[in-house]
Design a protein around this ligand. Structure first.
Ligand SMILES: O=C(O)C(=O)CO
Length: 311
């Protein structure tokens, strides 16, 4: 019987590789940079397991190039929108992801973005770097506090729940959420409201839903116009949930006060994109899960997912 081969699309740490090597022949694109599509198409030929990351697009072409013996695509991410899951299912290929492990780190980064945008932290850092801080001034760079505010959460999964738990002790008045349906475990910390109420009532609105046909492009000018002019939009989900042209317009015409984005569409935004120079917009380079502990755990979990399927 031919040996099972596993292909890893990036440097993902020795622990995960060692786990897989105990049982399978492992090949790696040994780089921090993504594997070129053409190289991946050749590399996957004949493999049984594919270990990929959030920035690798695993489409029907890659699955076809791998061949019918491919049994598992395991993505080192909490979302699997980078994988054509429907096509995998059609071909009988298991798809695995790592949602539990990444949620705390992602919730942390949402809170960081909330504080950065509401308290003008980036402007403060810029002022220091540009030597613009000459003395304390009563109203310079004044932001807005969290006390008595209403926090909205779109998508009350693990990350949404994590944000609610973290933000409550800041003294917020209400935490509202919207999801496909009311969620039992949300009961004690957040209140279910309609999408319309979520957008119109929140002082800070955090997007942490998954990507699907309902949420793709969901946050557009129509919803942004429902928001308060003083409100802040935070996105730690996926860039595609927000229409970026509409967001750029909403920030420049004062429809909303600020935005904090850990994710954009595309990533990175092209040079010259209006959001890159919009002072009311803080953009991070998709750092939601980037604690060393989380990334190692995600990588090891991805390896275990492959082992679980192939075994
Ligand atoms: O886990 C994910 O889904 C990410 O976006 C990257 O960690």
């Amino acid at each position: 019987m031919p040996e099972n081969r596993v292909y890893i699309t990036r440097q993902v740490g020795n622990e995960a590789i060692a786990l897989l090597e105990q049982k399978y022949k492992v090949e790696i694109w040994d780089s921090e940079e993504p594997i070129p599509k053409e190289t991946l198409l050749t590399a996957v030929g004949g493999i049984s397991g594919l270990f990929c990351t959030v920035s690798d697009i695993i489409d029907a072409g890659i699955l076809e190039a791998a061949g019918p013996q491919l049994k598992v695509v395991a993505t080192m991410s909490s979302g699997w929108d980078n994988v054509d899951v429907a096509e995998c299912r059609r071909r009988g290929i298991e798809v695995c992801k790592t949602p539990d492990i990444a949620a705390d780190a992602a919730a942390d980064i949402a809170v960081a973005l909330i504080l950065m945008t509401s308290r003008n932290i980036v402007q403060g850092i810029d002022a220091i770097r540009q030597n613009l801080f000459h003395c304390w001034k009563p109203f310079w760079l004044c932001g807005s506090g969290l006390i008595n505010k209403t926090i909205g959460i779109l998508g009350f999964g693990r990350v949404g729940f994590g944000i609610a738990r973290r933000i409550k002790p800041f003294g917020v008045e209400r935490i509202l959420y919207n999801d496909l349906e009311e969620i039992e475990y949300a009961e004690n910390c957040a209140q279910y409201v309609s999408l319309d109420t979520l957008f119109s009532s929140s002082d800070i609105l955090c997007i942490c839903c998954g990507v699907n046909s309902l949420t793709k492009g969901m946050v557009n000018s129509k919803l942004l116009q429902r928001m308060k002019r003083t409100s802040i939009l935070i996105n730690t989900s996926r860039g595609v949930v927000v229409n970026h042209d509409d967001l750029a317009e909403a920030l420049s015409d004062g429809t909303i006060a600020a935005a904090g984005l850990d994710v954009t569409d595309p990533e990175p935004l092209p040079v010259g994109h209006p959001l890159l120079t919009q002072p009311k917009c803080v953009i991070l380079p998709h750092m939601g899960t980037n604690t060393a502990e989380t990334r190692v755990a995600m990588s090891v979990n991805t390896a275990k997912n492959i082992l679980a399927v192939l075994n």
